[in-house]
Design a protein around this ligand. Structure first.
Ligand code: BGC
Length: 417
């Protein structure tokens, strides 16, 4: 019965997200260098890192080749075919990132051929009736930039400004929605505090320096983009945890405040006034009270052992309401190689997106992560996040059944209930 369905606002954007290094193939940047140095170690650590069931299900995690991005999905050459699939699924938006190391392989020297490549990609997205969302920096750095100390370098905001200015000059006619960065908090946490990804540091002072430089870089890029195109919409994406302290017997007020402040909130608060929207990305529940800890077993897990907690999305969105900014969910997804849980995941999470919209949160779009199976950073290729399945040997793409379920929602602009 149609009137019972959960209708989304008119003009809602339905998309899928990708990132250059994870799908394009053939990159040469700080990550590709890091992969070469760390592939063997990562393969040998898999034995202690993953549960027995995961090791059995994904034996490729023991192969060093799994950790080399190599030709990835060859999306660089096959983007037309991929965008045709996206269109056939009824998507009206598509998220890509531009690979900085292709555009500026040497300091201050821009590669016009690569600019032309991305121009074609953007036109191909538009030609298929989709709105492009463009990330300027999704984790990977040109080698020259990382050799200069990356985001620790005090000139890093200026380097980023120069790159952004060039991109915006070239593409401002084709793009309205810009994301300066992807998940700065993971860069800081993963690269400078826990140190499991490049540049593999464990230094809180450097982490703060990077925080500061990223904020400055965002503001500079924000100004550049608006100078060229005042009506552009500029934001960044942030990794937002659901800190679950429901029914807290043992309340963790101050700790919770700190955890939320330094992960979900700090960068958003520091950039207010230089943000036209929030790019919300949600994957994880973090139990934050004794009773939440005690209820661990209630949740199903995905292939990476992360819990599936659809109501987390509702809490995240309600928390963002205070900023009074439009919200686009720029990532939310599940590694699920057998595609048994993905359709349910999408519907249940969207149920909670809809609930938040009904309660006044200004959510204007949802991008599923990911469009294609892809290279999952330090985990390599075994986690399968795609609406579209990849055969990495033949490069054949296969639309998963869950993608067809998602397509129904995108085409109808409502969720059947
Ligand atoms: C990142 C993606 C990543 C995804 C799944 C997000 O944090 O933006 O690049 O593949 O999570 O783990």
């Amino acid at each position: 019965m149609k009137n019972k369905n959960k209708k989304f606002p008119d003009g809602f954007l339905w998309g899928a997200a990708t990132a250059a290094h994870q799908v394009e193939g053939g990159s040469r940047n700080d990550w590709s260098e890091w992969e070469k140095k760390n592939a063997k170690r990562l393969a040998s650590e898999a034995k202690t890192k993953w549960a027995k069931w995961q090791q059995k299900k994904f034996p490729e995690m023991f192969d060093p080749e799994n950790y080399i991005s190599g030709r990835a999905c060859d999306h660089y050459n096959r983007y037309e075919e991929d965008l045709d699939i996206a269109k056939s699924l009824g998507l009206n938006a598509f998220r890509i990132s531009i690979e900085w190391s292709r555009i500026e392989p040497e300091e201050g020297k821009f590669d016009e051929k690569e600019i032309e490549h991305y121009r074609k990609v953007l036109k191909a997205i538009r030609a298929r009736g989709m709105e492009p969302f463009v990330t300027l920096w999704h984790y990977t750095l040109p080698v020259w930039f990382s050799r200069k100390g990356g985001w620790e370098n005090k000139k890093s905001p200026d380097y980023f400004k120069r790159y952004s200015a060039k991109i915006v000059k070239e593409f401002s006619d084709d793009v309205i929605f810009w994301l300066t960065f992807n998940e700065p908090i993971l860069i800081i946490g993963g690269g400078y505090i826990k140190g499991y990804r490049p540049p593999q540091k464990h230094n809180i002072f450097e982490a703060f320096r990077v925080y500061k430089n990223l904020i400055k870089a965002h503001k500079l890029a924000y100004a550049e983009i608006h100078k060229k195109k005042p009506q552009a919409m500029v934001g960044f994406t942030e990794w937002l945890n659901f800190f679950d302290n429901r029914n807290g017997i043992f309340q963790t007020g101050f700790l919770l405040f700190l955890a939320k402040h330094f992960t979900n909130e700090y960068l958003i608060k520091q950039t207010i006034g230089h943000l036209d929207f929030i790019g919300a990305q949600h994957y994880m529940r973090v139990p934050f009270s004794l009773s939440a800890l005690l209820h661990e077993e209630k949740y199903q897990e995905n292939d990476m052992g992360r819990q599936i907690v659809p109501e987390g999305m509702y809490y995240i969105l309600m928390d963002l309401k205070k900023y009074n900014l439009p919200i686009y969910i720029t990532e939310n997804g599940i590694p699920d190689a057998k595609d048994r849980k993905r359709a349910g995941f999408i519907k249940n999470y969207l149920f909670h997106v809809h609930k938040a919209i009904r309660e006044g949160v200004d959510v204007r779009g949802y991008f599923h992560w990911s469009f294609l199976d892809n290279f999952e950073w330090d985990k390599g290729f075994w986690p399968r996040f795609g609406l579209v399945e990849m055969d990495y040997k033949t490069m054949e793409r296969k639309v998963r059944p869950s993608a067809l379920e998602y397509a129904k929602i995108c085409k109808n602009n409502y969720l059947e209930t």
